[in-house]
Unconditional design. Structure first.
Length: 171
């Protein structure tokens, strides 16, 4: 059991580190957008690369941010309703939510993987004047979704919301 707890702790620690990196990406996006705004409107000389880079960084920021929010419990729950439910109902709803989460993350992982492999095979490039390969980003997105999936499973295990617990409480 100690090894499992250690693995869960390492997973959570990595997610916290990923969250800090995600914060830096947010600052990088802000700086690139500020730069683009200044050169476009003050110097009347828009860059070729800024919006492409911002789109790439935002995709990474969004998916890594989701995994971090999952780690720190930053997602919303209808507390107004949830707090008034019995323990058994809460556990059943947690299981239903977990199954929905697995389906959502599984489909996202599957589709992003297919998209990444297709992009790699086609050696997809951006369609802007700033032509850079898109496939490295599209291959990285499934990795972030996989991390989101792993972190969701870790959170569920830590909660310990199993149907067996509900049956034990009733006896």
């Amino acid at each position: 059991m100690k090894k499992i707890n250690r693995l869960l702790d390492k997973t959570t620690s990595f997610s916290h580190a990923l969250g800090k990196i995600t914060g830096v990406l947010g600052i990088a996006i802000m700086l690139v957008v500020t730069y683009e705004t200044v050169v476009r409107y003050i110097f009347n000389s828009p860059s070729l690369w800024a919006w492409t880079i911002v789109r790439f960084l935002f995709a990474i920021l969004s998916l890594s941010g989701i995994a971090y929010a999952c780690t720190v419990g930053g997602h919303l729950r209808m507390e107004v309703l949830y707090v008034h439910l019995s323990k058994k109902t809460k556990k059943v709803l947690n299981w239903i939510s977990f199954i929905c989460f697995l389906i959502f993350a599984g489909v996202l992982l599957w589709q992003f993987t297919v998209m990444g492999i297709d992009s790699l095979m086609a050696k997809t490039m951006t369609t802007t004047a700033f032509r850079i390969p898109v496939y490295p980003l599209k291959l990285f997105l499934p990795v972030l979704v996989l991390w989101f999936l792993v972190q969701g499973i870790v959170n569920f295990i830590r909660k310990g919301d199993t149907i067996c617990d509900v049956e034990k409480e009733e006896n």
